[in-house]
Unconditional design. Structure first.
Length: 80
């Protein structure tokens, strides 16, 4: 939970300079949806999120070879 505030500050600095091209999609490892939303409310910017318990986390982790948290994956518009 130390990485997210750094990322939030970086995104806000880009947006403050007029660059809104970077989109962050949060993939939670929280135990419940309420924990995920509480953390997002406390520590995140205006980010998108993969629904908790949707299976999206496992699919993305497999596709992008994520093996631990925190992890940052940068992809282009076509997912590469």
């Amino acid at each position: 939970r130390q990485f997210t505030p750094v990322l939030k500050k970086f995104v806000e600095s880009l947006q403050g300079a007029g660059d809104h091209s970077l989109k962050v999609i949060f993939v939670s490892s929280d135990k419940s949806e309420s924990e995920m939303w509480q953390y997002m409310y406390e520590a995140h910017g205006n980010w998108l999120a993969v629904a908790c318990g949707s299976g999206g986390k496992d699919q993305l982790s497999s596709r992008y070879q994520v093996s631990g948290i925190p992890s940052l994956v940068v992809i282009n518009q076509v997912g590469q």
